[in-house]
Design a binder for this molecule. Structure first.
Ligand code: SF4
Length: 391
């Protein structure tokens, strides 16, 4: 049976962070009920097309999914579980229960922010079969959190993390943000050290990007954002890798680290071009090399509007994506897999590029695998751009 990943978008947050350009709305709590109804409607009208697919992962992202009330998240999960073929689950009239003999093979993640986590919600998540939490921390320093426009402080995070462990979660990601305004290497070392004391199974450490339309972009344009210089940014980046590797985390993607066996299955699906179905506002899907996106207009979505953009990926685009996405993974890409998919030789397709990058020490070829070197990872944007095909 062919596999499928599901993504559900919850576009609500308590407050807009100053760097964020995601589709998320602050102060719209009164719309969450209608939104959950709209997502349930989309699930019910869509699921019929995918009954021949086995769902291998569900990712509830946002926004801040933990902002939903217990009743709302239960309604959403119940609808999802009773509509799709999700292994290890059966729907009951008054709730969802794991089938006793069959533990879920499926990874079900939910993104949470510390200020909206509660014991009650965590217990419910467990009962609903959610088996992975991704908590947005960003920094352990309260002054940083304030500057980023986050709602929570460090103590709120610490209490939320402890509550998650108490509730039985054994697969938790912590999101961190590096190279933020005013950050020194010494300050970042402290952030990483403190984060490490929680022993999460997974850490994502992305560098701050200045995105259009954000408060940070405005400050940047006015010259009022004190970003670390390039050398400090590099030092922070290398330190992250070295510190986390010494602590037992493996970097498996440019910005993602995990203890062995705790890599995020859902995200690996994106990087290996697995089929995924996105549900909710502005959610993207890619199935059988057709990509589409839902509307980004909240009122229209609630009123029942669906897909707005649809694109069939050409063979050239598929091959480029195979490389751009696959080379983000430290394991790289497989020549055999490329041949099985496209019936042509990878080295021949990217003739000239691979020997050039190898001679520059940016790429390694090891048997069937091609992967970026550490140096190649450092300059991945430039390296990956080399895989654009001209014809
Ligand atoms: S909590 Fe996340 S999605 Fe919401 S505004 Fe902040 S960064 Fe954006």
């Amino acid at each position: 049976m062919k596999e499928l990943e599901l993504y559900l978008h919850i576009p609500f947050c308590r407050k807009k962070c100053r760097y964020c350009d995601f589709i998320s709305f602050a102060g719209c709590e009164e719309m969450t009920d209608a939104y959950v109804d709209a997502v349930c409607r989309e699930i019910q009208t869509t699921a019929g097309y995918y009954q021949d697919r086995k769902i291998v992962s569900v990712y509830i992202g946002g926004g801040t999914p933990s902002i939903l009330s217990c009743g709302q998240i239960e309604r959403l999960m119940q609808c999802l579980m009773s509509s799709f073929r999700i292994s290890g689950f059966r729907a009951k009239r008054r709730g969802l229960y794991l089938q006793k003999k069959s533990l879920p093979e499926v990874e079900i993640s939910i993104e949470c922010n510390p200020e909206s986590i509660s014991h009650e919600k965590l217990k419910l998540y467990r009962r609903l079969g959610i088996n992975r939490l991704s908590i947005g921390l960003q920094s352990t320093d309260d002054a940083d959190l304030k500057m980023l426009g986050r709602v929570h402080d460090f103590n709120t995070f610490a209490a939320a993390f402890e509550a998650a462990r108490e509730a039985g979660f054994s697969n938790i990601n912590i999101d961190l943000m590096q190279a933020i305004p005013g950050q020194t290497l010494a300050a970042w070392k402290k952030v990483l050290f403190i984060t490490g004391t929680f022993h999460p199974e997974h850490i994502s450490a992305y560098s701050l990007m200045i995105e259009e339309g954000t408060v940070f972009e405005q400050l940047f344009r006015e010259g009022r954002l004190d970003l670390p210089d390039e050398d400090t940014e590099r030092e922070i980046y290398y330190y992250t890798r070295d510190f986390l590797e010494k602590a037992g985390y493996r970097r498996y993607e440019i910005s993602n680290y995990s203890l062995p066996g705790y890599e995020c299955r859902h995200n690996i699906g994106y990087w290996t071009r697995a089929d995924y179905l996105g549900l909710g506002l502005h959610a993207s899907s890619m199935i059988n090399n057709v990509r589409w996106k839902n509307t980004d207009d909240l009122s229209k979505y609630i009123a029942g509007a669906g897909t707005e953009e649809r694109e069939v990926l050409s063979r050239k685009e598929q091959m480029e994506e195979f490389m751009f996405l696959g080379l983000r993974l430290t394991d790289g890409v497989s020549r055999k897999e490329f041949f099985d998919l496209f019936k042509q030789d990878l080295d021949h397709t990217f003739e000239g590029v691979i020997p050039k990058l190898r001679s520059e020490g940016l790429l390694l070829s090891e048997g069937d695998q091609i992967r970026l070197t550490d140096r190649g990872m450092d300059v991945s944007n430039t390296v990956l751009a080399e895989f654009l095909l001209t014809s």
